[in-house]
Design a binder for this molecule. Structure first.
Ligand SMILES: C[C@](O)(CO)[C@H](O)COP(=O)(O)OP(=O)(O)OC[C@H]1O[C@@H](n2ccc(N)nc2=O)[C@H](O)[C@@H]1O
Ligand SMILES: Nc1ncnc2c1ncn2[C@@H]1O[C@H](COP(=O)(O)OP(=O)(O)OP(=O)(O)O)[C@@H](O)[C@H]1O
Length: 295
């Protein structure tokens, strides 16, 4: 049975970590050129989708602080509806979507982007649109630089503004991800005057595992200066391994070779730090259950 003959679908929208993040320049439109490795995690928001004949897109529950029209899930569904009308010349179908939000917002783990990408992938199939993954990636990048990697649904080496992607296979390590008590606006960090913007581009994806461990995040000095709670969290986690910022923060992470080692560190964390433990995965659960080939 194909998904287009089904009416409902439930899945996890996974989180990502930036295992390192280099900023290599700035484009004329203000966006930054970067190089990074996106590591997908086996931890994320639960989402469910039910097709409706009525063209309305509804989402429950509301996300506190995010008006419905600004929610990336609604925006993604509406962009896809426009394509539906263009391609099929029929009144669009609608959807009822539920979101169990567990990923910290403004944390650099890509929750909103992952929600948007999951919406594109699932509704593309439930509505029987059959757009290719490349077409969905092109729609996704209009919603945010982090959306395409979640459409690809694979851990990846990334360049450009984060949309030029090469899938890679990494060992499935465990990560302790800690969230200091602050939310960080991505634009605020990217518009900071003293942000490093001239890290030399690597010519090829580093031979990953070993090399990536040594590479840092160019946003870290600015974020540490503006948010002392992030600096404190980095020094605490740094006692147990190399601790880094993901994206523009506020979450930080360190890698461990077993769940037990990760748990030992997690159980000692200060009360001021929330977060989660997760395993690194190569392929996203949504792409696996939708039988999407990674190319
Ligand atoms: C920091 C990362 O999370 C690393 O993966 C991403 O680069 C951010 O991706 P995102 O949250 O999807 O970002 P967007 O929603 O596209 O952009 C938010 C703001 O960040 C800035 N921005 C974002 C990505 C990028 N490569 N250069 C930028 O300068 C832009 O000012 C933009 O207005
Ligand atoms: N479905 C959504 N889930 C979370 N945030 C959303 C969503 N839709 C819109 N937003 C807005 O996007 C902002 C960033 O949310 P998100 O959780 O993706 O942060 P992030 O992990 O720091 O993102 P990134 O790593 O992609 O920069 C939120 O503060 C919120 O205003």
């Amino acid at each position: 049975m194909t998904l287009s003959s089904q009416q409902s679908f439930e899945t996890i929208a996974p989180a990502k970590l930036n295992l390192f993040l280099h900023i290599n320049g700035q484009r004329d439109d203000g966006y930054h050129e970067l190089q990074t490795v996106f590591q997908l995690l086996d931890y994320g928001d639960r989402m469910s989708f039910t097709v409706t004949d009525n063209p309305k897109i509804t989402l429950t529950p509301d996300l506190p602080g995010v008006p419905s029209e600004d929610n990336l899930i609604i925006k993604a569904a509406k962009l896809l509806q426009e394509r539906f009308s263009q391609e099929k010349r029929l009144p669009p179908k609608g959807a009822h979507i539920t979101l169990d939000k567990i990923l910290p917002m403004g944390g650099g783990v890509g929750g909103g982007s992952s929600n948007a990408a999951t919406t594109l992938l699932v509704l593309n199939q439930l509505w029987g649109l059959h757009l290719s993954t490349d077409e969905l990636r092109a729609i996704g990048v209009k919603l945010g630089a982090d959306v395409p990697v979640f459409v690809l649904g694979h851990t990846a080496w990334a360049e450009g503004i984060g949309e030029q992607l090469t899938p890679i296979e990494l060992p499935e390590y465990w990560f302790v991800v800690l969230k200091p008590q602050c939310e960080i606006n991505t634009k605020k960090i990217f518009s900071n005057k003293v942000l490093t913007r001239d890290t030399q581009k690597m010519r090829i994806a580093p031979a990953l595992e070993g090399d990536v461990a040594e590479l840092g995040n160019d946003c870290e000095p600015v974020v540490k200066h503006l948010y002392p709670e992030v600096e404190q969290a980095l020094s605490w986690l740094g006692q147990f391994g190399r601790a880094k910022l993901t994206g523009t923060g506020s979450c930080i992470f360190a890698k461990f070779s077993s769940k037990e080692d990760a748990n030992t560190v997690w159980s000692q964390r200060p009360d001021s730090l929330s977060g989660f433990i997760a395993k690194g995965i190569n392929k996203s659960p949504t792409c696996s259950s939708l039988n999407i080939m990674v190319t």
